[in-house]
Write a new protein. Structure first.
Length: 136
């Protein structure tokens, strides 16, 4: 896709800090490091986001993630890592080429807030929603 920034990075038209590359996948440092070592893993083929990918394409993308994640952990001596994928604007997606964020964590007092707010479970509502999703 010609106006996609990540396609331009993949094509070598825009410089980037590569950390991993294979036939199908490229990983590079996020230009805005939420924590040191914050990396984006992207498929070389353009997809808007994961909602338009099939299982095979997602498998190919995720197959390399444990290896890249461990390399980042080794290089940075981080204590943990969040692996995040945003789909569509409402979910925080700003670049519309599928990418997985690998964000190493060193302290809870950083700029990354991914805490889920706990709610009282409504079991009948959970059962109804699970049924609806499973039948969709
Ligand atoms: P999103 O908000 O879509 O999940 O994440 C997009 C990410 O892409 C952001 O964290 C942003 O900093 C990063 N980004 C945007 N433009 C560039 C770029 O030109 N180079 C690199 N390396 N990262 C970029
Ligand atoms: Zn693209």
């Amino acid at each position: 896709m010609t106006d996609c920034i990540f396609c331009k990075i993949i094509a070598g038209e825009i410089p980037t800090s590569k950390v991993y590359e294979d036939e199908h996948v490229l990983a590079f440092l996020d230009i805005s490091q939420v924590t040191p070592g914050h990396t984006l893993v992207v498929p070389k083929k353009h997809f808007r986001n994961m909602l338009e990918m099939d299982g095979a394409a997602v498998s190919q993308l995720f197959a390399c993630i444990p290896n890249i994640a461990r390399k980042i952990m080794t290089a940075t001596a981080a204590k943990g890592m969040n692996i995040i994928n945003n789909n569509e604007e409402i979910a925080g997606q700003t670049v519309f080429h599928t990418h997985i964020h690998l964000a190493p964590r060193y302290t809870e007092d950083d700029d990354l807030n991914v805490t889920f707010v706990a709610h009282e479970p409504d079991f009948p509502a959970l059962a109804a929603l699970a049924k609806k999703i499973s039948k969709a």
